[in-house]
Design a protein around this ligand. Structure first.
Ligand code: HEM
Length: 479
C-alpha cells in the first residue's frame, strides 16, 4: 500500500530490508547526513515500514500544528511492549483515552510548576551532597568523572521525588549497590530504546529475534519490575503502619488507587514511575554534561558565566533557586547546549492519512523529526556549528515548542511534560557548579565532543575534569 502513496522521494531501497543499511549510530547524525543529500523531507523504508524524515523548522511546524493530531501516536515497537508495560507508558503508548488520562496525571499532578516548587528541598539536598563531594576531590586535586557525579545527582533528585528513596548517603543511608543496579537498568533501557529491532520492521522475522534484543528486553523488564515492585511494596507497608514522611509520587498514585483501584493497578503505578526515571534522568544529566564540556572548551564563556554569578550572588553564600531568574547568560548557555546537543529524533506515527509539504503520508507511517539537524540549519542560525550563547541574549527565542527553529523538548501534544523540572534542575545544578568551583581540562587538548549512540544523544566519552574551590571554605556545605 505504501508504495502507491505519494510519499516524498528518498534514497534507493534494497529489496526486503529497505534502508536499514543507511542508518548508523547516532541516528541524529546519520539522518542529518541523509538530509544534506535528499533535502529537508525524505522517505525511507525500514523493512515493511514507511518512514518520513523531517529536518526543517517549517516542516516541523507543519507536523506539530496542522498535523499534530494525526501524528500524535507512537509506533508499536517491541520496546514499548516489553519495557513499556505493554504500551501503557506515556512515552511509548499509542494516542488515545488511556494515554490522555496518564499524561494528564503526569502534567497536572506530578510535574506541574507547583510540584516542581514543592520538591525544591530535594534538589537543595542533592546539590549540597554533590558540592561536598567535589570539595573532597578538589582538596586531593583529583580528576573527577563528572558524568558519574552528575548522573548520581539527577538520578537521586528524581528517585527522591518519585519514591523518596535515598541511595547515595544523604540521610545517613548508603545503598550504592542497589543504586548501581537501578542505574544500570536505566542505562540499559536507553541503550535498547536506541536500537532498531528488525522484527519491528520485518514482522515475519520477529519470532527469530535475530539480534537477541527481545531476549534482552524481557530480562531487563524482569529486573526493573522487581526493583519497582519492591519500592511500591515498601510504600504500602509504610502506609499500613501510618508512616508517610513525604508525599512522593508513589504515595500520590497510591492515593489515586484508593479512589479507583480498578484503573490504578500496580502495573500502571510502576509504568508512571519508570517513565519519570527513564525520561527524566539521562536527558537532564546529559544536558549538564554537554554544557560543562562546552564550557571547558570555551573558557571565555565560562569566565563570563562566573562573573555573572559573582555579580548577582557574591562569593559569601551558595546559589539558591530564587537567584536563577537573574542569570540570563547561564540560561543562554543552557539554550545553546540544547541547540547543539538535543536528544535524538522524536518518533511519532500517523494514525490517519494526512498531507505534509504537499505529499500524501499514509496511515501507519513513522515520522522522525530530527531536531539535531533543525538546530544546525544555517538558514536559521548563523555559524550554526559554533558555540555562541550570546545568540540567545535578549533574543526572545522560545525553546518550549513555539519557535520551530529550536525544539529540544519537542512540540505539540507529545512534547515533553518534564520541561519545567528539567530546566529548573539543569539551571540550579549548573549554576552551583560554576559558582562553587574553577574548572580545568585534565590535559591541554580540547574535550572530545563526539556524540555516542542511544536515544538521548549522550557523549561518547564520559566527561572528566579537575575542579578547585573558588569560594571561602565556610560557604560550602559541611563535609
Ligand atoms: C533536558 C532534559 C529533557 C529534554 C531535553 C527532554 C526532551 C524530550 C523530548 C524531545 C521528548 C519527545 C517529544 C516528542 O516525541 O515529540 C520528550 C518526551 C517526554 N519527556 Fe522529556 N526531556 C527532558 C527531561 C524530562 C524530565 C525531567 C521528565 C520527567 C521527569 C521528562 C518526561 C518526558 C515524558 C513523560 C515524555 C513523553 C511524552 C509523551 O509521549 O506524551 N522529560 N522529552
Amino acid at each position: 500500500k505504501a508504495s502507491n502513496a505519494n510519499l516524498p522521494p528518498g534514497p534507493r531501497a534494497l529489496p526486503f530490508i529497505g534502508h536499514f543499511h543507511l542508518l548508523k549510530s547516532p541516528l541524529a547524525r546519520s539522518l542529518s547526513h541523509l538530509s544534506s543529500k535528499y533535502g529537508p523531507i525524505f522517505s525511507l523504508r525500514l523493512g515493511m515500514k514507511p518512514v518520513v524524515v523531517v529536518s526543517s523548522p517549517s516542516l516541523a511546524q507543519e507536523c506539530f500544528t496542522k498535523n499534530d493530531l494525526p501524528f500524535a501516536s507512537r509506533p508499536r515497537l517491541a520496546v514499548g511492549k516489553y519495557l513499556g508495560y505493554d504500551y501503557n507508558t506515556v512515552v511509548m503508548g499509542p494516542y488515545g483515552a488511556h494515554w490522555r488520562t496518564v499524561r494528564k496525571i503526569q502534567t497536572l499532578e506530578l510535574l506541574s510548576l507547583k510540584k516542581v516548587e514543592m520538591f525544591a528541598e530535594v534538589r537543595y539536598e542533592e546539590v549540597s551532597s554533590l558540592l561536598r563531594n567535589l570539595v573532597e576531590s578538589s582538596d586531593r586535586e583529583a580528576v573527577v568523572n563528572m558524568k558519574d557525579k552528575i548522573n548520581e545527582t539527577i538520578f537521586s533528585v528524581i528517585v527522591k521525588m518519585v519514591a523518596n528513596k535515598s541511595y547515595y548517603g544523604c540521610d545517613g543511608v548508603d545503598n550504592r549497590e542497589d543504586a548501581k543496579e537501578f542505574r544500570e537498568a536505566i542505562d540499559e533501557t536507553f541503550m535498547l530504546m536506541g536500537q532498531l529491532n528488525l522484527g519491528d520492521y520485518i514482522p515475519s522475522l520477529g519470532w527469530l529475534d535475530l539480534q537477541g534484543l527481545i531476549r534482552l528486553m524481557k530480562a531487563l523488564h524482569r529486573k526493573r519490575d522487581r526493583i519497582l515492585q519492591g519500592l511500591v511494596d515498601e510504600h504500602r507497608k509504610l502506609r499500613s503502619e501510618g508512616e508517610i514522611f513525604m508525599p512522593d509520587f508513589v504515595h500520590m498514585l497510591l492515593d489515586m488507587k484508593e479512589k479507583d483501584p480498578e484503573y490504578f493497578t500496580d502495573n500502571l503505578i510502576k509504568s508512571v514511575f519508570v517513565v519519570m526515571i527513564t525520561a527524566g534522568t539521562e536527558t537532564t544529566a546529559g544536558t549538564l554534561e554537554w554544557a560543562l564540556a562546552l564550557l571547558l572548551n570555551h573558557p571565555e564563556a565560562l569566565h563570563r558565566a562566573q562573573t555573572e554569578l559573582d555579580h548577582h550572588i557574591g562569593r559569601e553564600r551558595l546559589v539558591q533557586e530564587s537567584d536563577l531568574s537573574k542569570l540570563e547568560y547561564l540560561r543562554a548557555i543552557i539554550n545553546e547546549t540544547l541547540r547543539l546537543y538535543p536528544p535524538g529524533p522524536t518518533i511519532h506515527e500517523s494514525t490517519e492519512k494526512c498531507t505534509l509539504a504537499g505529499y500524501t503520508v499514509p496511515k501507519g507511517t513513522m515520522l522522525l523529526v530530527n531536531s539535531y539537524c533543525i538546530h544546525r540549519d544555517p538558514d536559521s542560525w548563523p555559524e550554526p556549528l559554533s558555540f555562541k550563547p550570546e545568540r540567545f541574549m535578549g533574543s526572545g527565542i522560545d525553546i518550549k515548542g513555539h519557535d520551530f527553529r529550536m525544539i529540544p523538548f519537542g512540540s505539540g501534544r507529545r512534547s515533553c511534560p518534564g520541561m519545567g523540572l528539567a530546566l529548573r534542575s539543569v539551571e540550579y545544578v549548573l549554576a552551583s557548579l560554576l559558582h562553587g568551583f574553577e574548572w580545568r581540562r585534565e590535559s591541554p587538548e580540547l574535550i572530545d565532543m563526539t556524540e555516542g549512540g542511544g536515544l538521548s544523544l549522550p557523549r561518547m566519552v564520559p566527561l572528566r575534569a579537575i575542579v578547585t574551590r573558588r569560594l571561602s571554605p565556610h560557604v560550602y556545605p559541611i563535609v
